[in-house]
Design a protein around this ligand. Structure first.
Ligand SMILES: *[C@@H]1O[C@H](CO)[C@@H](O)[C@H](O)[C@H]1NC(C)=O
Ligand SMILES: *[C@@H]1O[C@H](CO)[C@@H](O)[C@H](O)[C@H]1NC(C)=O
Ligand SMILES: *[C@@H]1O[C@H](CO)[C@@H](O)[C@H](O)[C@H]1NC(C)=O
Ligand SMILES: *[C@@H]1O[C@H](CO)[C@@H](O)[C@H](O)[C@H]1NC(C)=O
Length: 372
């Protein structure tokens, strides 16, 4: 039958032009995957070098980095895609994870949207770095634990850096990130996340940075952050956190903070109350302490002004009162902001001896005397 012949011919033709199967780690396979990715994005102008007609090695295409696979030095596999600010639209194409050796994916500053592409990215088993910041992704960030069939939709457990800043993620703070046990940095700032910061994050033993500033988070400052051995930078500014800085006395606060490695603590612009607890003095490596625009009260403890490492101290716009200590020996201070409180007494002469101090703000208090 002629029609059968035509079908057969068409089939043979198609088989002829389609690429022959490549090994999973092979260059040809990755090249096809890259083409599938740019097709899924509608061939954006920024990726014009990703051209099927191009005779160049795909490892030289824009944003593509290849390396020899550790398990097979003869093949070069795509290990990195760095495609920030290319006006990409749509979502994360499913074929991305066919790049079996992909370790680093940066799609920041684009216009990618839709719900968080957890399903597409769950197959990227070697992904260590994922930057989807400054896009238009919305919730759900990751599926809740019980919705997750044997972790199949979860991100790679190898993930060390996850940056989702400045998207439109809403709903509760995603407790599912606690399953990413290799996480070192987590940026969820500038989204619309609500609810409390889950205690389960305390299990992220390698976490050094958490930024969840500029969300709608409520509840207390997470107590585990003060006994975490690795966490160096905690940014929770511009939320609705309430209560005191540390849990009430009797919970072993001193021993809690002694183990802490916190160097940068930003809790500004929340609704925190109470005094600056003595327990915080155990944070010997603190270089930055921002507590401005809260409802903190009491006198500012003298140890704050004798701290050896503090460089930036902003306590402005609170209800602090009382005198400042006479001797000020925090010689590393570069920025000190005490404006907008009810501080009184003489302005300590010690300020004049701080050699590194560049910016000092004392206005809107009840100080007497003058700075000399
Ligand atoms: C996102 O976070 C990562 C890891 O901390 C960082 O290297 C990267 O520069 C951040 N991205 C942007 C666009 O700032
Ligand atoms: C934390 O997030 C805020 C808000 O997006 C941003 O302004 C700040 O630079 C971030 N800081 C760090 C250390 O990531
Ligand atoms: C404080 O910093 C020093 C020097 O950077 C470091 O050796 C030490 O381990 C830090 N302490 C804590 C508790 O992280
Ligand atoms: C110091 O505090 C005042 C009052 O809150 C504020 O207007 C000013 O921007 C602050 N300056 C710095 C450098 O923090």
């Amino acid at each position: 039958m002629p029609s059968l012949l035509i079908v057969l011919l068409v089939f043979l033709l198609l088989a002829g032009v389609s690429p022959s199967p490549q090994p999973a780690t092979g260059g040809g396979g990755d090249r096809d995957t890259l083409l599938a990715i740019t097709n899924a994005w509608g061939r954006p102008p920024g990726l014009s070098s990703w051209d099927p007609a191009s005779s160049t090695d795909h490892c030289t295409w824009k944003g593509v980095t290849c390396a020899s696979a550790a398990d097979d030095a003869s093949t070069r596999a795509v290990t990195e895609l760095s495609l920030p600010a290319l006006d990409l639209r749509g979502t994360v194409p499913t074929p991305v994870c066919s790049l079996k050796h992909l370790a680093r994916l940066d799609l920041s500053h684009n216009r990618l949207a839709g719900s968080f592409p957890g399903a597409a990215l769950s197959a990227c088993a070697r992904l260590r770095f994922l930057d989807l910041s400054h896009n238009l992704f919305s919730a759900p960030l990751l599926p809740p634990a019980d919705d997750d069939v044997q972790g199949s939709r979860s991100l790679s457990p190898a993930l060390a850096h996850l940056n989702l800043s400045a998207n439109r993620l809403d709903g509760e703070f995603p407790a599912a990130v606690a399953r990413l046990t290799a996480l070192q940095s987590l940026h969820l700032d500038a989204n619309r996340l609500a609810g409390a910061i889950p205690d389960a994050l305390s299990g992220l033993a390698s976490l050094t940075l958490l930024n969840a500033s500029s969300n709608r988070l409520t509840g207390a400052v997470p107590a585990w952050a003060f006994r975490h051995a690795r966490l160096r930078r905690l940014y929770l500014s511009d939320n609705d956190l309430s209560g005191e800085l540390l849990p009430p006395r009797g919970v072993g606060v001193a021993s809690v903070t002694a183990a802490s490695s916190l160097a940068e603590l930003d809790l500004s612009m929340n609704r925190l109350t109470g005094e600056i607890p003595d327990g915080l003095r155990a944070l010997r490596n603190l270089t930055l302490l921002f507590l401005y625009k809260n409802r903190l009260t009491g006198t500012i403890p003298a140890w704050v002004f004798r701290h050896r490492k503090l460089q930036q101290l902003c306590l402005d716009e609170n209800g602090f009162s009382g005198d400042l200590p006479r001797d000020i020996t925090a010689h590393n201070l570069v920025l000190l902001n005490l404006s907008g409180n009810r501080l009184s007494g003489e302005i300590p002469r010690g300020f004049g001896h701080l050699k590194n101090l560049k910016r000092l703000f004392l206005q809107n208090n009840r100080f007497t005397g003058r700075l000399c």
